[in-house]
Write a protein that binds this ligand. Structure first.
Ligand code: ATP
Ligand code: MG
Length: 353
């Protein structure tokens, strides 16, 4: 295949500015994004702060969304997303995304949207029941607009986004069948480590989520992190140190699976070579939760300290942060406009050339 025929490798992903980003985002998506960004294997990388999507279930809270745009941008820069390599932008500044959503709505049925398991769970979580905002109900369509506007080939996200990617692929297929080959078929990229796909909350609930208040935030201080680890859900049957411990549903061990590597053991707890050895001792009995939690605290501290330091630097330059978002939004809009033009042409609504 000749060089100019090779398909461009393009990443699109993002986060809702409904709160600061947490360690679930980090292992589920952020850590991977930074690796992909620095791999040099991608032609274009778009990272979106999904404020318009956040407003679909926060319509009455514009201040919350606005404030968290700043927080999420700070989190991005502090984990190592680099505006020289990745385009960081704000969703609402790209009006083309609304236009695309409007046309895609014709290609999706209400019953198809109702079947989306993530949306179903989120509706329950938010007690929407009979009063679901239309915008919230249709956000999988708007997310398809986000993905396709940038002709994304790869979407690195956590497991809860699988139904959104399926929906996006269906719309792409339908659009291309009806109007001719126009949109790029996106691929989901899930974390390789299964414990990172959906990190549970500190309360042991299925997902750490900004909307559930069970998070360890990337911007938490060392004291805050240690306090949260202290009260973390472990094994309710592990009452005495001598008792055998259980790993299933044990949040502390799930976090160790997601974060700890052999170097952490060498540095902080050389009694064990690796997590397997620690697990073996815990399940045999004779190892208390407090010790394991202390180790987890050290592991998280070593990961989060450099992130915290970079954040403190960027916090002194909020104007600079907004300059990055403004420039990024301009670049993103130009790309989305190209796709919208192709879409309108395919749909035969390009009347004036
Ligand atoms: P909200 O409760 O407002 O939906 P959230 O915590 O679910 O917030 P999102 O902004 O919806 O965060 O998700 C951003 C990205 O982070 C997505 O790719 C999602 O899959 C990933 N993600 C979110 N929570 C987790 C988690 N607990 N474990 C792994 N990945 C996660
Ligand atoms: Mg979410």
């Amino acid at each position: 295949m000749s060089e100019n025929k090779k398909q461009k490798q393009i990443i699109l992903t993002g986060d809702r500015p409904t709160g600061r980003l947490h360690v679930g985002h980090y292992v589920g998506s952020l850590r991977r994004r930074v690796e992909l960004q620095n791999s040099g294997n991608y032609d274009e990388i778009y990272i979106m702060i999904a404020d318009a999507q956040a407003l679909t279930d926060n319509a009455e809270n514009p201040d919350k969304v606005r404030e968290n745009v700043t927080q999420v941008a700070l989190d991005y820069l502090s984990v190592g997303l680099d505006p020289a390599k990745s385009t960081l932008f704000i969703q609402s500044q790209i009006p083309e995304l609304c236009e695309l959503s409007f046309y895609y709505m014709n290609l999706v049925t209400v019953s198809r949207l109702q079947r989306n398991p993530t949306v179903k769970a989120e509706i329950q979580q938010r007690n929407f029941e009979a009063s679901i905002p239309v915008g919230f109900f249709t956000y999988p369509i708007s997310q398809t607009a986000d993905i396709t506007a940038f002709q994304a080939t790869v979407v690195p996200v956590g497991e809860d986004q699988m139904p959104m990617l399926e929906q996006a692929k269906e719309i792409v297929h339908k659009f291309n069948t009806v109007y001719g080959e126009t949109l790029t078929d996106p691929k989901i990229m899930l974390p390789e480590n299964k414990y990172c796909m959906r990190l549970p909350g500190t309360d042991g609930k299925a997902k750490m989520s900004k909307s559930l208040g069970n998070c360890i935030y990337l911007s938490d201080t060392e004291e805050e992190v240690n306090k949260k680890i202290k009260t973390m859900f472990t094994d309710p049957l592990h009452l005495k140190v001598e008792d055998p411990g259980h790993l299933e549903g044990n949040t502390v061990f799930i976090y160790l699976e997601a974060f700890a590597n052999d170097d952490h053991f060498a540095e902080f707890w050389p009694d064990y070579k690796n997590l397997d050895e620690l697990k073996e001792h815990y399940t045999r009995g004779g190892l208390g939760d407090v010790k394991v939690k202390k180790f987890l605290g050290k592991v998280l501290q070593s990961e989060l300290a450099p992130i915290r330091e970079r954040r403190a630097q960027w916090e002194k330059d909020i104007d600079g942060v907004y300059e990055i978002l403004k420039k990024g939004s301009e670049v993103a809009e130009a790309k989305a406009a190209e796709t919208l033009a192709a879409v309108k042409k395919a749909m035969k609504i390009d009347y004036f050339g």
